[in-house]
Write a protein that binds this ligand. Sequence first.
Ligand SMILES: [Ca+2]
Ligand SMILES: [Ca+2]
Length: 126
Amino acid sequence: MKRSMVRRAGVVALALTSLMAVGATAQADAQRLSSCLGSFCLYEHDDFAGAEQEFLFTSNGCANVGSTLNNKASSMRNPSAGRMQLYTSANCAGSYGYAAAPRSVDGDLTNNGFDNQATSVRRVTP
Ligand SMILES: [Ca+2]
Ligand SMILES: [Ca+2]
């Protein structure tokens, strides 16, 4: 079973801006991960800003990015123990173009060649 929801994250993004000024300490990374309440979160803009989609994976599987963030995701948080693979096609068709390690964050997908590309997400066992 999986489901997803989209909510605005303006207040969260403001709080994170001050967190990130502290520096990339392990503690700050843990706080950044805990700010994603689902299994995996995508954000419209760099540094976890703009619209957010939370994916609630309870097992390995594929979920499509919602219309709000389709081809718009620019940063991600993966607080889960799973590896998240991002695809440019719906229903995780074809090969993935980006993989998020368990318990990782990425504030900018541009240097991975995957800015504004994600259309679906598959959770796999690392
Ligand atoms: Ca974007
Ligand atoms: Ca990156």
